[in-house]
Design a protein around this ligand. Structure first.
Ligand code: NDP
Length: 413
């Protein structure tokens, strides 16, 4: 049997995703955490040319990152490569065909703050909800370090908060599955939900799929992804010891991650397209006080350049003067906001002009019985606390919907 090895670091949601894929299939692996281990970090770079984690090997063959692993798992090739026999070697489609459709009261899609809040409320309503986590357990919080602005939690590590969310929901009876929804059909009722692993029918669905980091969409960004271009300081910062970095963006994420990167980098240049930051005052003050952080105002990144192997510069343009310069740099960290994870629901549910799901005051979508909560519909507040509140509200609405469907009473009736 071949051996699987995975290089990870602390606070890396993509590493957690890869481990979950393996654990859900009962595959044993050796984890090599590179945190604080420069030799191991250099080893990854030497073996793969990459400056990000996770990186996964089967015996000595590099198979790539969590996305590559997910693809191998879906096609059934992962077990073949590991020379495992039996059920595990079936592709997901084969598995789906073999399993009966499972019927549930409520399916919550997404394991961020909104999803787990919905889990707490629907499980306390005795609806025995199923929560399908999707890619990143904890949603946007999984990309952050400390939680400072959730009332009642001051300076709590985000990773502990996420664990608490899950434990609390599970304690009341939410079943959490580390799986990914691939298809929905809301034109029939009970609603149809299909995942990599299984098919379901549900009386009500609560969509909490959140949002994903927006890309800059400039030349070089894709080419140098993982080779100096990154969207996660906590995952990849360690690769940039004593190096010069650019952080793109002017919001809280750019400043928070920029400040974190000063632990490793010699200098961090925040490149912002305006001369005023969008970030909160407290974050601005912290960034202005940090000696390693410099600001390049009214400037956009037009191209990310490299030597074929890794990033070595960025083409910057001043939007006022149109002046261009090639800025020598070792890495570019991009934090320019998010796009909602709504692709799966396109053509089924009503979106606004930015592809966020439109909800009413009860968190209801245009389809009765389908609710949405969190960053998937909210492009105004986008806070963990508001996502949690919306998740709770969506759960109460789902409870009411099911009670009406079954001609039962519900709280407040
Ligand atoms: P934001 O939408 O707040 O900020 C995005 C930034 O990227 C803006 O400064 C925007 O510029 C810039 N931008 C957008 N598109 C481009 C582009 N194509 N090229 C260059 N720049 C671009 O997103 P964040 O991810 O920073 O924050 C999202 C939410 O999460 C916010 O509500 C924030 O408060 C919260 N958050 C809170 C944290 C905390 O409190 N610790 C930490 C991180 C996030 P412009 O300003 O010109 O629009």
């Amino acid at each position: 049997m071949a051996k699987l090895k995975i290089y990870t670091t602390d606070f890396c949601s993509w590493c957690d995703r890869a481990k979950r894929i393996l654990e859900s299939r009962g595959i044993e692996y050796e984890e090599l955490n590179i945190h604080g281990n420069p030799a191991m970090r250099d080893e990854i770079e030497a073996l793969t040319g990459r400056r990000d984690v996770p990186q996964i090997f089967i015996d000595d063959q590099h198979i790539g990152d969590d996305d590559d692993l997910a693809e191998l798992a879906q096609t059934g090739n992962l077990e073949k490569m590991l020379q495992l026999e039996g059920e595990g070697s079936m592709s997901t489609t084969e598995k789906n065909n073999g399993d009966a459709i499972e019927e549930r009261n409520v399916i919550i899609i997404g394991g961020g703050t909104a999803g787990f809040a919905a889990g707490v409320y629907t499980s306390r309503a005795m609806l025995e909800p199923l929560l399908i986590t999707g890619d990143a357990l904890g949603g946007q919080l999984s990309l952050t370090l400390d939680l400072e602005n959730y009332p009642g939690f001051f300076g709590t590590e985000a990773v502990d908060f996420i664990q608490g969310l899950q434990q609390q929901a599970e304690r009341f009876g939410t079943e959490v599955r580390f799986d990914m929804v691939t298809e929905v059909d809301f034109n029939r009722h009970p609603f149809y939900v299909k995942t990599y692993e299984k098919e379901y029918l549900a009386k009500s669905v609560i969509i909490c799929t959140g949002a994903s980091p927006r890309m800059l969409e400039v030349p070089g960004e894709e080419e140098f992804g993982g080779r100096g271009v990154s969207y996660c300081a906590t995952c990849d910062g360690f690769f940039f010891q004593n190096q010069r970095l650019i952080v793109v963006g002017g919001g809280d994420a750019a400043l928070e991650e920029g400040i974190f990167l000063t632990k490793f980098a010699s200098e961090v240049f925040v490149v912002h397209r305006r001369d005023q930051l969008r970030a909160s005052q407290i974050m601005q003050e912290r960034a202005f006080k940090n000696d390693k952080i410099k600001f390049i105002w009214n400037t956009v990144v037009e191209e990310i350049q490299g030597d074929g192997e890794k990033v070595n510069g960025a083409l910057l343009r001043n939007v006022d003067t149109d002046e261009k310069q090639v800025f020598p740099i070792d890495g570019v960290f991009i934090f320019v906001g998010h796009i909602p994870n709504t692709e799966l629901f396109k053509g089924t549910i009503e979106f606004d002009d930015q592809d966020y799901i439109v909800v009413d005051k009860l968190q209801g979508t245009n389809i009765p019985g389908v609710f949405a909560a969190g960053d998937v519909h909210d492009h105004i507040f986008r806070q963990a606390i508001t996502a949690g509140g919306a998740g709770a509200a969506a759960a109460i609405s789902a409870e009411k919907f099911i009670a009406e469907l079954e001609n039962r009473s519900y709280p407040g009736q």
